[in-house]
Design a protein around this ligand. Structure first.
Ligand SMILES: [Zn+2]
Length: 94
């Protein structure tokens, strides 16, 4: 389902500039024409929250890895299987 065009016209970036948003029907996102933030549309509802917005160029997959993460150099012979396992850790069974 596409967003209502009239709705699109009144939507604006929640940032202080309140710039109009560009609808990407394929990606189901709204992109701010000013700051480039990308807002998702979930169930036909645009999530116009700065906290929820994706900044341009800061996706989870960054091309050409600059050394932003400390990785173990190589899995030589160590049990590194639980490398990326994060547990919620707040289960207090009384
Ligand atoms: Zn903006």
């Amino acid at each position: 389902m596409a967003l209502d065009q009239q709705l699109l016209e009144i939507l604006a970036c929640p940032d202080t500039h309140h710039a109009p948003l560009e609808h990407d029907a394929g990606a189901q996102t709204l992109t701010c024409t000013e700051c480039g933030r990308i807002f998702e549309i979930r169930d036909d509802i645009p999530i116009l929250l700065l906290d929820e917005a994706r900044l341009p160029g800061s996706s989870s997959e960054e091309p050409a890895g600059s050394s932003s993460k400390d990785r173990p150099a190589a899995r030589s012979a160590g049990p590194l299987a639980e490398d990326s396992v994060e547990k919620p850790a707040d289960e207090e069974t009384d």
